[in-house]
Design a binder for this molecule. Structure first.
Ligand code: GDP
Length: 455
C-alpha cells in the first residue's frame, strides 16, 4: 500500500501545525525532509519517540520542527507513522507537505488514515464513523456520546448481540449436522429468551437513533404563527441577538432567517418564518411565505406561537391542524400582558405540549427547553449508552431486528431449526455489515470454537 501524507491540523494560521505521514515508507520519507539536531535518523528511532530538528525541501530549510515517530502496528493507522509538527502558518504547512510529497508520499484522500486504521483492524466501521462524529461534535453531550462510540460502546453492544446469535446458530447447526454427537438440543424457551433479549437490545438502539441524531447533528426547526405574535422576538430571545427585525407592523419579517441555537442538549436550526399567511398582495412577502412553507415541510420540530392577548382564531386553528403531524411545542406568548386566550379551548385543538412565556422578557425559556427536549426525545438522553449515529448503522440494525422478529415468529409457529437458522444468519450478517466484518465466517468459527466437533 502506498505511503500517504496530509496536513492533519486545521487549515488556518495557528501556533502549531502537523503533517502526518503513514505507510511503509513513512520513516525514510521523513528522513529525506527532516534532519534532527542530534544527527539521529527517523528510521533509526523507536516508536513513541520525538526528534527535534529542521524540516527542509532539498537545500532549502523550511522551518524548525519536531518529528514524532510511531512504529507499526502501534499507531493510529497500524502502519509506520511520522507526524512532523512545525509552525502552523498555512504557507509553511503546504510547503512542508509539498516536500513530503516530492520525497515520494501520495496525498491522502479524505478519511484515508481512518480507513487504513479500519483495514488494519485498529477499529471497526462503527468506531471509524464515530471519529467523524467526534470531529464535528457541537456540544458537551455530543462529544461524550461520540467519544463513547469511538471507545467501542456500540461495537461491544453489537458484538455481544452477534455472539449470542452466533452461539445459538452454532448450537442449532451442530445439532442438525451431527445428530449422533449427543449435542443437547436447545430448548425453545432458551432460544426464545436469547432472541427476545437481542431483539430488545436492537429495538433500544433504534429508538435512541432520533434523539442521538438530534443531539449530534441538531434538528431543523420552524417557528410558525400569525404575524405579530412574537416569532422574531422568540428567535432573538433564543439566539441572544437582534438577528431578526422586530417591529409591531404585521408582516415585516420578510424572509426566512436562519439561526443556530443551543436549547438544552440540542442544537436547533431555527428559521423565523414570514408568517404563514396566504392573502398577501406584497410580492416580496409572497416569496417569503413560499419559503416559510418549504421550511415548515422540512422541519422536524415546530414551535407554534400564539398571542395570549387574542382568542384563538380560525387561522390559528388551521395552523394547529397543520402542526398535528409534526413534533410540535405550542407557545402562548405575551403572557406578561392581558390574557384572552383560553388554554382549555386550545387543548381541544392540539395534543402538543403548551408553554406559556414572554419572549420579550425572556420568561419561560426553561419551560420551553424542557418541552422541546421531551418532544424530541432527548430529555433522557444518556451519552454513555451505546448509540447508532448514522443511517448506515441504523439500516443494518433495522434489518437485523427484522430478521430476529422473523426468527421469533418462526419459533412460535414451530418451523424447522434450519429455517430459523437462516433468519439468525441474516441477522448476524447484517450486524457484521455494521461493524464491517464477514458474517458466515463468524458462525463457522463459533461452531468449532464451542463444540470441537471436527473429526
Ligand atoms: P412576529 O411578526 O411574529 O415575528 O412578531 P414580532 O416578534 O415582530 O413581535 C411583534 C410585536 O410584539 C413587537 O412589538 C414585540 O415587541 C411584541 N412582543 C413580542 N413578544 C412579546 C411578549 O412576550 N410580550 C409583549 N408584551 N410583547 C411582545
Amino acid at each position: 500500500m502506498s505511503t500517504i501524507a496530509a496536513i492533519a491540523t486545521a487549515q488556518a494560521a495557528a501556533g502549531l501545525g502537523t503533517i502526518k505521514i503513514s505507510g511503509e515508507n513513512a520513516l525514510t520519507i521523513a528522513d529525506s525532509v527532516f534532519s534532527a539536531v542530534s544527527g539521529k535518523k527517523v528510521s533509526d528511532t523507536p516508536g513513541y519517540r520525538a526528534l527535534y530538528g529542521k524540516v527542509h525541501d532539498g537545500e532549502t530549510t523550511l522551518d524548525d520542527a519536531v518529528a514524532l515517530v510511531f512504529r507499526a502496528p502501534k499507531s493510529y493507522t497500524g502502519e509506520d507513522v511520522v507526524e512532523i509538527s512545525c509552525h502552523g502558518g498555512l504557507f509553511i504547512l503546504k510547503r512542508v507537505l509539498r516536500a513530503v510529497l516530492n520525497a515520494g508520499a501520495e496525498p491522502a484522500e479524505g478519511g484515508e488514515f481512518t480507513k487504513r486504521a479500519f483495514l488494519n483492524g485498529k477499529m471497526d466501521l462503527s468506531e471509524a464513523e464515530a471519529v467523524m462524529s467526534l470531529i464535528s461534535a457541537s456540544g458537551e453531550e455530543a462529544r461524550a456520546a461520540t467519544l463513547n462510540a469511538l471507545d467501542g460502546a456500540l461495537s461491544r453492544e453489537i458484538s455481544e448481540c452477534r455472539d449470542k446469535l452466533a452461539l445459538t446458530a452454532a448450537f442449532m447447526a451442530a445439532w442438525v449436522d451431527y445428530p449422533d454427537d449427543e449435542i443437547p438440543e436447545l430448548s425453545d424457551d432458551e432460544m426464545n429468551a436469547t432472541l427476545t433479549d437481542v431483539s430488545e437490545r436492537l429495538e433500544k438502539l433504534l429508538s435512541g437513533f432520533d434523539a442521538g441524531k438530534a443531539v449530534l447533528e441538531g434538528i431543523d426547526t420552524a417557528i410558525v404563527g400569525k404575524p405579530n405574535v412574537g416569532k422574531s422576538t422568540l428567535l432573538n430571545a433564543l439566539a441572544g441577538s437582534e438577528r431578526a427585525i422586530v417591529t409591531s407592523v404585521a408582516g415585516t419579517t420578510r424572509d426566512v432567517l436562519e439561526e443556530t441555537v443551543r436549547v438544552g442538549n440540542i442544537t436547533l436550526r431555527l428559521a423565523d418564518t414570514a408568517g404563514i399567511r396566504e392573502n398577501t398582495d406584497d410580492i416580496i412577502e409572497k416569496i417569503g411565505v413560499e419559503r416559510a412553507k418549504e421550511r415548515f415541510d422540512r422541519a422536524s420540530l415546530v414551535l407554534m406561537v400564539l398571542d395570549a392577548q387574542n382568542e384563538l382564531s380560525d387561522d390559528d386553528k388551521a395552523l394547529l391542524e397543520m402542526c398535528s403531524k409534526k413534533n410540535t411545542v405550542v407557545i402562548i406568548n405575551k403572557t406578561d400582558g392581558e390574557v384572552n386566550l383560553s388554554v382549555t379551548e386550545l387543548k381541544n385543538h392540539t395534543s402538543a405540549p403548551i408553554v406559556e412565556m414572554s419572549a420579550k422578557n425572556r420568561k419561560g425559556i426553561d419551560e420551553l427547553t424542557n418541552a422541546v427536549e421531551n418532544v424530541v426525545g432527548t430529555a433522557d438522553f444518556d451519552p454513555s449508552a451505546p448509540l447508532i449515529t448514522t443511517e448506515r448503522q441504523r439500516n443494518c440494525v433495522m434489518k437485523a431486528a427484522e430478521n430476529i422478529r422473523e426468527a421469533l415468529d418462526g419459533l412460535m409457529m414451530g418451523i424447522t431449526p434450519d429455517a430459523i437458522n437462516v433468519c439468525i444468519d441474516c441477522a448476524i450478517e447484517n450486524l457484521s455489515v455494521l461493524t464491517g466484518e464477514k458474517a458466515t465466517e463468524t458462525v463457522v468459527t463459533e461452531v468449532f470454537k464451542n463444540f470441537c466437533v471436527g473429526k
